[in-house]
Design a protein around this ligand. Structure first.
Ligand code: KG4
Ligand code: ZN
Length: 341
């Protein structure tokens, strides 16, 4: 019997969730700091860490209450150990270590990207291994072959900006407030199709690498100084089309090259409606079976951390030491020493 509390504090979301090996996801609670960081146009690391510290205790209590559990009933405490903002990570890690020491539950460090990759496992329609995964977040963009928990082979990555980063920077150029990705997507809904067109970077050559920094520059040179709202919406739509087309083209290529038939889309940009529609069409065309996490589990959350912690419960560490790594390449992960029961 395993009941795992997951804690996520790697960036600007304070989140907690409980995943039970038999009963599934019992509760998940999240507080976004977006409004606090908005006036600075981006996440301020020191403010993020302080806000996590001020909220984490009450947020975990609320999560346990929603799950109908006493803390003594937890068998494991999983926390995001990296990659992320170091001060923010240390707050979640220290809280997790304290709770593990107080309750005797095991302490489980989790890789944030592994959390994203496994998030679709929380859905009723979940993929079997092996599958191809497109991971598109604010800090990372990659296509990986996933043969099991901890069995990841990165087939292609971005050479410069991550897809989410490109959304955020382009949104800023269009004068939209932080966080830009969802705002740009909303603006694009009123865009006129075909008025502008941007290239699909690196699709004209072989390989599974991405490059998104040129797109942002193309937007900046296209955008008139006195652009009205409609022009901005038209540019936003053209940008969104270029990014989502590029992602779909590269995934199609990866499916053909690997012969895999299942495709998982994970990470914050996976919440993008246009991207999801494009991949749904790929499924209708018989290219692959598609698996998505629900939009709120594409962006940062603790449900995915609780689940990844459950999958790695055999790897509990001594409650006295906290692992926190600002940088932590995904390919360093190995399968759990024992598969989850
Ligand atoms: O996975 P995530 O929540 O955090 C990281 O681990 O980075 O991803 C956040 C990124 C941000 O760049 C945000 O702008 C983008 O995901 N994002 C979106 C949408 N929702 C979030 N981008 C485009 N359309 C969306 N609907
Ligand atoms: Zn994330």
């Amino acid at each position: 019997m395993a009941t795992i509390l997951g804690i996520e504090t790697s960036c600007d979301e304070t989140a907690a969730a409980v995943y039970d090996g038999e009963r599934g996801l019992l509760a998940h609670v999240l507080h976004s700091q977006a409004a606090m960081h908005a006036e600075y146009g981006g996440v301020v690391p020191e403010l993020a860490a302080r806000d996590h510290a001020g909220r984490i205790h009450a947020l975990v209590a609320e999560t346990l209450k929603a799950a109908g559990l006493k803390q003594s009933e937890l068998t494991g405490i999983a926390y995001t150990a990296g990659p992320g903002l170091i001060g923010a990570l240390l707050v979640g890690g220290a809280f997790a270590a304290g709770l593990a020491a107080a309750t005797g539950a095991s302490l489980i460090p989790v890789h944030h990207l592994e959390g994203h990759l496994l998030a679709p496992m929380l859905e009723a329609r979940r993929p079997e291994f092996p599958f191809l995964a497109l991971l598109v977040s604010g800090g990372h963009t990659m296509i990986a072959r996933v043969d099991g928990v901890g069995r990841y082979q990165i087939l292609g990555e971005t050479l410069d900006d991550a897809a989410g980063e490109a959304f955020d920077k382009t949104a800023k150029a269009l004068g939209l407030p932080y966080p830009g990705g969802p705002q740009l997507a909303r603006l694009a809904e009123s865009g006129t199709s075909g008025r502008f067109r941007f290239s699909r970077p690196m699709t004209d050559r072989p390989g599974l690498e991405f490059s998104f920094s040129g797109l942002k520059t193309a937007v900046l040179t296209t955008l008139p100084k006195d652009a009205d709202r409609q022009t901005k919406a038209d540019i936003a739509l053209a940008f969104e089309e270029a990014v989502t087309d590029t992602l779909a083209i590269k995934c199609q290529r990866a499916l053909r090259e690997t012969g895999l038939k299942r495709l998982v889309v994970a990470g914050g940009v996976g919440a993008n409606k246009r991207l999801r529609e494009k991949f749904a069409r790929l499924e209708q065309a018989g290219e692959a079976q598609m698996y998505f996490a629900r939009p709120e589990f594409c962006t940062d959350n603790a449900a995915m951390i609780a689940y990844a912690g459950w999958a790695r419960q055999a790897e509990a560490q001594a409650a006295g030491s906290i692992l926190a790594r600002a940088r932590w390449p995904l390919h360093e992960l190995r399968p759990p020493t024992k598969e989850a029961a």
